[in-house]
Design a binder for this molecule. Structure first.
Ligand SMILES: [Zn+2]
Length: 325
């Protein structure tokens, strides 16, 4: 029952007894790939790991062909945490933070302390459809991380707020991350389809409460070390005796970066020929490093000239800033 996780997987399941969907994710190899690209202080790594696990869980709930992008933005020692997950569960993530901050002294790993100690800060969730037409805006949902005097403390809490506000779905999320892996559990109450009697509603409420109580027993160690399917059985064994848990085939997760030379060229077009020429004058070439995978893109004077002569032909198809790289 306690196999060590060997694959990065998302396990989706539903309960026969009530309209509740569950998901368990475990990510090791792809998480190692992300950590190998950049050196993160422990508090940043912890929050980024939570975001990565949460992003895959959220992707799993969406019937959506495109990219899900979650950004936690603030003005504290961390300025930005970002993760992107595509419909095929390929994903990437990175963080921007103050390198000179005294990270070793930081014992409070909460969103409030690290992103918005003075208030403000937000979680922005973008759904960018694969077939988005030029000029069409991606869908965006925003959760304020500081609502009145109440600050959102964790990634899990922020995502649950988003689900409640944007999707009107009761969702509970448990997350864990360390230097080896990250993982999470989600249960979500699916909408009733009407026509049911009051007694059913009461039973559903009872089941929902019971499933939350069972989920609440999950430990960080379990989320980080047990394969999703085994953890599903362990947590909901009692439930499966009574009513049954139906699980789908586990889906694989992998790290993949969407950056390309073409996308960098698009970004140069957006900056404009004047700006690019002044960089060329100063540095002899334009250099762009991908924040997600570390790939370096170099454009010399000849390359830049080509970018702008092509721009004249395809004017008006500039990409929005969040799609760069
Ligand atoms: Zn890249």
């Amino acid at each position: 029952m306690t196999n060590t996780t060997t694959q990065d997987q998302l396990q989706v399941f539903i309960f026969d007894s009530c309209p509740v969907r569950g998901e368990i994710v475990s990510i090791s190899e792809s998480w190692q790939t992300i950590l190998a690209r950049k050196s993160y202080p422990a508090p940043v790594r912890q929050l980024l790991g939570d975001l990565v696990a949460a992003g895959v869980l959220l992707s799993g709930t969406l019937k959506f062909n495109g990219s899900l992008i979650i950004q936690a933005q603030g003005h504290g020692p961390i300025q930005l945490l970002v993760m992107e997950c595509n419909a095929d569960l390929s994903m990437r993530a990175t963080a921007k933070f103050d390198e000179n901050y005294n990270w070793a002294s930081q014992s409070d790993y909460s969103l409030k302390e690290l992103l918005n100690p003075q208030g403000g800060g937000q979680l922005v969730i973008t759904l960018d459809p694969a077939d988005r037409q030029p000029g069409q805006q991606p869908y965006q949902g925003i959760v304020a991380l500081h609502d009145g005097h109440e600050a959102v403390k964790s990634i899990a809490q922020a995502i649950m707020l988003y689900m409640k506000n944007s999707e009107q779905l009761d969702t509970r999320i448990w997350l864990a991350s360390d230097e080896r892996s990250c993982g999470g559990l989600l249960i979500q109450r699916l909408p009733d389809h009407g026509g049911q009697q009051q007694i059913d509603a009461n039973l559903t409420e009872e089941s929902w409460q019971r499933l939350q109580a069972l989920s609440d027993t999950v430990s960080h160690a379990e989320l980080l070390t047990i394969a999703p399917k085994d953890l599903m059985r362990r947590l909901f064994l009692e439930e499966s005796h009574h009513h049954g848990v139906r699980s789908f085939d586990p889906r694989n997760i992998r790290f993949a970066c969407r950056c390309s030379r073409l996308k960098v060229a698009d970004m140069l077009k957006m900056l404009g020929e004047l700006e690019i020429n002044s960089i060329l004058d100063e540095q002899g070439q334009v250099e762009s490093r991908c924040e997600f995978c570390g790939q370096n893109y170099l454009f010399d004077a000849v390359d830049c000239k080509q970018v702008f002569s092509a721009a004249n032909l395809t004017d008006g198809i500039a990409r929005p800033p969040e799609a760069k790289q």
